[in-house]
Ligand binder design. Sequence first.
Ligand code: ZN
Length: 409
Amino acid sequence: MAPTTGPGRIQLAGRTVQLAWVREHSAQAAPLFARARAEVGHAWCLCRRPALRLVIRCTRAGRYHVAGWPGEGERHDSNCSFHKLGPGFSGRDRYSTQAIRETDDGVFIRLATPLTSTLAQPRTHDPATEETGDEAGSRRSVGLLGLLHWLWEQAQLNVSHPHTGRLTWRTCHARLRQQQRETTINGRDMDEALYVVPPFTPATADTNAAALETFRTRLGRRGDTERRALVLGQIKEVAPTPYGVAYRLAHQRTPLYARAALHARATRSYRHAFGKTAAEHGATRIALFVVERSPKGHLIAVDLAAMLTTGTFIPADSSYEVVMANTLTSCGRAFIKPIRYDGTDAVLPDFVLTDTDPHQYIEVYGIHGRDSYDRRKRTKQQFYQRQGRQLIEWDVTQPMPVLTRRPSH
Ligand SMILES: [Zn+2]
């Protein structure tokens, strides 16, 4: 089987195996994992020489996983599953270990939105997880958009590499599921708390329907408690209903219903994802919903976060960024889209080209005559100048700069 990304080989207790095989057959690989953990203490990634260490995790359910060694993401090959940009290139940096805690047992996330509500109490955000920064200014819980971005970044869905080929929903689903299995959210296994819409094929239609039904039966009232959960999918269409809207998702017949007020708020908060230009240039929108089950058994979205992506699921902050990402892909460039998480004001480049050494940054300037935007643009330019980084700029009123890679010699 072809590795999902990159060189894709790792070493476990002296044996060289394909990462894709290990991920697909973690039960079969368990004895090898156990030996590697006991005898070596870690695994090795073989994308580069010398090999790089990998963390071996074992969840409470006894499932083994490999993860990148903290702080070493930058050292992996840009086409390796464990490659990450250094600090300062992700909204992830802004969260405390209370919000996202990575341990040998897996990842523990504290979501600001409660996944259960007690009927005796009003439905508000849990004060214990209410978003307030601690002394260091870091966040103590993760919002919905933050969680969506975290999943995307962990699954490397913000990475484009010519060797990986065109990403499909099937790949997204497989990678997200992988991440889900080693994550606990608000004390619940994420595997159970999050339903990632599976890719539809006539052959899997019945299995998919059964999986959705299992998910649905876990929701609803148990005594005084209302259980909610999360659904992640691609919004295909927003159709009006007498009470609000129905979100029709790609690969799934069952829609999610929402009140008009929620949809109105979502279109304001996630302007680009719901904007008319989303459908142009093959763009799509991905949403993470908090759902409840209505007395009649319908799935009701009570909150959501959405993001605009290219047709190959690379996140974009505007339709101009979609055009830029599509152009980079067609030029065969390797790049990463840094993602911001919950409304951080971090200075992040719009794109980072990873096939040049040192990496180059790309900025897309789409808005003119807005003071705050112009100030921000200057701040960014000064920031890159100080770092001595080469910046490729595209002012959308001008032709796009040449983006094909120059031969190095
Ligand atoms: Zn590697």
